[in-house]
Ligand binder design. Sequence first.
Ligand SMILES: [Fe+2]
Length: 286
Amino acid sequence: MAMDKRRGFIDIHSHFLPFLDHGAENDQQCLAAARCYQSAGIDQVIATPHFLPGTKWAAAPEQISDTIRRTRNILREQGISITILAGMEIMLTDMLGGNFDLRPVLSLGGKGAYLVEFPLHSPYDASMVERLEHWQAARGVHFVIAHPERCAIFNDNSSRLDALVNTGMMVQVNIDSLLGQAGKKAQQAALAFFQAGIVHFLASDAHPRDGRMPPDSASMARLTRLLGRETTFQALRTNPMNLLDGKKVDPLRPDGNIHFSAQLHAMQGGYMQKLKNLFTHKQNLN
Ligand SMILES: [Fe+2]
């Protein structure tokens, strides 16, 4: 029964297609990632190459479709059955002006929700947020904010993210951030977002070239212990399905050990801060 439920997970954010950005460097890396997907019970992947306006990472939709077709054939020859849908991860830069034409960019699975990435280290750009809100209202599109736990403007400030969720935006957290494989800061922020009830999806954001592979079965087991079985299913199946069906997506309500983990992290953070303060105080005395 448990194995049945694991089947059919969907990854909505992945750079496992070869040759389009800094995801998979070649077919072999793409295949290795596909085998991880298989072992994790993920059988649908929305491929989301970076879209950075004005750079070489701005593949045309046709180029992405061609790569998906070619990759499907390679996977089929290897006996790997994964459905690949097209999408993009759109970097929010000044190049996206107020009248930005959405036609060159792809929504997730073509269903009208765009995966957008805030720059990891830039200061908060109120005008960009206004533009997104305007596009939501005027064009009837939706936005999924990619890995805000890795962005400086959000990872110390969940209320800022909360404000965007209140306008109708959705939030995707990286699996490796939640599991602590992307540093303490990202993990703490991910836990805080979960506690605040403002996370809608988990995804791999796989970059095989950098060794960031999709989760394997061991990672999935850790994730299930942390979130609980139902929430893991909602994060990787129900919510992505609702997104692809154009239905309302509810935030995740963790039922596993995550609240305990978040408290533990907060306590550890406090303890480490006290130690740091003590050390700084001692240095000041010397
Ligand atoms: Fe990404």
